[in-house]
Design a protein around this ligand. Structure first.
Ligand SMILES: [Mn+2]
Length: 679
């Protein structure tokens, strides 16, 4: 369909159209709704949002709604210089309320990785746009706390004259507060934006300084005049064919889990738990198909859903049925009060401290534990596994088209990181059931590849030069599955001996994990060393986890399982999807990572004396053989690589054009340990 955009005819014309369609909303209502849509991650061509105004909008009404939306879109064009008045306004607010300072975390009420524009308080105040961080503004000084990923970014985005830069784990907030606060002072925080574990820790630091920590209304909201409203992206049903289990059945099963824990209810504050439980999806934030909201899951499987009703499409309401009671978000406190005297499950690591404070005030018996949906969601059912395999096939075809194109284009020079990841995105957009990327692509050439969470921007965009390594970590959201894949390419095909050695060690670790067999009950932290051992043997390592959980058309990073050095008590269970992504990074030199998604499967091991598990690889795309040093591989590793490539070739060839298929055939040729035996 062509982009034939109408111009907005004005509020009176819209009012007439609304009347003609029999919609009872006023123009002001519609404007508020559209502001919410604009404050979400709803793409311009989204088909669902006009249905929030009228179940079946006429073409004329729909055109006017889309035109109105275009007139209302705007961005925050603030520069570093604009931040000073904002910080001054915050300090005036502090003085008014007799507070010494206020905490501004990056987090929103759901502690999510992606937050809506309304919750981007840290960026609005300081300019910092990273995915984690916190500012503490006191009357006479201020500090920004970011982790190792963002030590460079914070310096480029945040005014060093206004903020001290601190490393969040090496120079943590609590230690800073002990030195910065004076006896008798009060530090304010917004209890919706911090977990109870955080509040306990920060409060202890304040006490050590003789000061106190106090829950207050959000001070940034008080001074942010044009703060966007909460997002209102249309909430749509997640098709049963993809979900594999009806929402009614999930509610019954999870209600039983709540009852079994001896509780009357579980507080659900994580939107991915909510989306999974009710088979709903949304677009309130970018990259993850989430509707933001809260819920109380009762022991009988009934659910109170605290969500703005304006964003529910008729189809979503229909699916929710009679056992999901819709309540306004502001009524959550009442819902918690109704649990007075009862036992209630709430997650100390993700629920807002406000929830705990309210429950304790209501004298509920709070059990500090994850909501039962988190583990249930992590164990994918057969329909979800079948869906993700199809999604990976489409995604693998897109990645292969990209790699084939890259092999031809990059050696000529002139290609940049941003141009390359844009090209990959366009290949993915061609795929059926594509909805969005699953995260911002990491497209890093040469030394940029060594920055683990690098994001190419127009300022950093670098040419992908022949003779360098190029790392591309990317993924997509399809209706039937979420993908995440990293490939490292030797541009021009002539890597150095050191690069081949490092790559092959990373690959050996990847293969060791892919081939692992382990008894049921084994955790990801127990397996983590398998992926590192070949690097350790050469005195090398990498500073990130080996694997994270991945959702089913949900978050690309989900728990509770993970494969990491950090202790983790969650056993790997059949149906869980995790990434397998060892890497190696040479600062100012190059970066290497090989990432496939894998799923936990039961294994039939002859003679096994206990139930055994292993992994099946889901990701389907070639690994650059120019970087493989066969003499470093065992025969079993060679066999794995050849078998993987045979499967990639067989699965993808029918999906590819002839030229790409020919490239893939060459790229996936079997290799042998001794070079002369190849072919
Ligand atoms: Mn990953």
């Amino acid at each position: 369909m062509s982009e034939c955009r109408a111009t907005y005819q004005g509020d009176d014309a819209l009012a007439r159209l609304l009347g003609k369609t029999g919609v009872s909303l006023t123009v002001a209502d519609v404007r508020a709704l559209v502001a919410g849509v604009n404050a979400a991650a709803v793409p311009g061509d989204d088909a669902d949002w006009p249905k929030l105004v009228a179940a079946e909008p006429s073409p004329a009404l729909e055109a006017q709604l889309r035109a109105l939306r275009a007139t209302m879109e705007e961005a925050d064009p603030a520069t570093k210089a604009d931040r000073a008045p904002r910080i001054a306004a915050l300090r005036a607010e502090l003085a008014k309320r007799r507070l010494v300072g206020f905490l501004i975390p990056r987090a929103d009420e759901h502690q999510g990785e992606y937050v809506p524009p309304r919750a981007m308080r840290l960026a609005w105040l300081t300019g910092f746009t990273g995915s984690a961080g916190l500012a503490c503004v006191l009357a006479d000084r201020a500090a920004m706390f970011v982790d190792g990923r963002y030590t460079l970014q914070v310096r480029s985005q945040v005014d060093g004259g206004a903020f001290e830069y601190r490393h969040s784990s090496e120079q943590p907030l609590d230690a800073w507060l002990v030195g910065a606060l004076k006896p008798g002072e009060t530090l304010g925080y917004d209890p919706w934006l911090h977990t109870i574990e955080e509040v306990t820790r920060i409060s202890a630091a304040c006490t050590r300084a003789g000061a106190k920590l106090s829950a207050v209304d959000n001070l940034v909201d008080a001074i942010w005049k044009d703060q966007p409203p909460p997002p209102l992206a249309p909430v749509i049903p997640h098709d049963l064919a993809f979900a594999g289990e009806a929402a009614d059945e999930k509610r019954r099963r999870m209600g039983e889990a709540v009852a079994k824990a001896g509780a009357a209810a579980a507080v659900i504050t994580q939107p991915d738990s909510l989306a999974w439980l009710l088979n709903l999806r949304g677009r309130d934030v970018s990259r993850t198909p989430l509707p933001l909201g809260f819920a109380l899951l009762k022991e009988d499987g009934a659910v109170d859903l605290y969500m703005d009703r304006r964003k529910l499409t008729p189809a979503a309401r229909m699916q929710m049925g009679n056992h999901v009671r819709l309540r306004e978000p502001e009524e959550l406190g009442d819902g918690l009060d109704e649990l007075a005297g009862r036992r209630v499950i709430a997650d100390p690591r993700s629920a807002p401290s406000w929830v705990f404070q309210r429950l304790e005030k209501a004298r509920a018996d709070v059990v500090r534990a994850p909501d039962p949906c988190q583990l249930a969601k992590a164990c994918k059912n057969p329909a979800e596994i079948a869906g993700t395999k199809l999604a990976h096939l489409r995604d693998g075809a897109a990645v292969t088209r990209f790699l084939s194109w890259l092999a031809k284009s990059a050696p000529k020079g002139g290609l940049t990181e941003v141009a390359a990841s844009d090209r990959l995105e366009s290949f993915r957009r061609d795929g059926e059931r594509f909805r969005d990327l699953s995260f911002d692509s990491i497209s890093g050439a040469g030394p940029n590849g060594a920055i683990v969470h690098y994001k190419a921007t127009p300022e950093t965009d670098r040419a992908i030069k022949p003779g360098e390594l190029y790392l591309i970590d990317s993924g997509a959201q399809y209706l039937d599955g979420t993908t995440d894949i990293t490939r490292t390419i030797a541009v021009g095909g002539r890597p150095t001996a050191e690069e081949r050695d490092r790559f092959t060690r990373v690959l050996k670790g990847h293969i060791a994990l892919a081939l692992a067999r382990f008894p049921a009950g084994t955790t990801g932290s127990q397996l983590d060393a398998l992926a590192r051992l070949p690097l350790w043997q050469a005195g090398l390592d990498y500073d990130h986890g080996t694997g994270h959980g991945v959702g089913s058309y949900l978050s690309v990073h989900e728990g509770p399982q993970r494969i990491s050095k950090l202790p983790n008590t969650q056993a790997l269970m059949p149906g869980m999807i995790v990434s397998n992504e060892p890497g190696y990074y040479k600062t100012d030199g190059y970066g290497i990572r090989v990432e496939n998604l894998i799923t936990v499967v039961p294994l039939e091991v002859p003679g096994a004396e206990r139930p055994m598990l292993g992994f099946e690889t889901l990701t389907c795309a070639p690994i650059d053989l120019a970087l493989v040093e066969p003499s470093l591989l065992t025969q079993a590793e060679i066999d794995w690589l050849n078998a993987y490539h045979r499967r990639v070739r067989e699965m993808l060839t029918p999906e590819l054009d002839r030229e790409t298929a020919a490239w893939l055939a060459e790229a996936t040729k079997p290799i042998a340990r001794r070079a002369e035996a190849a072919d």
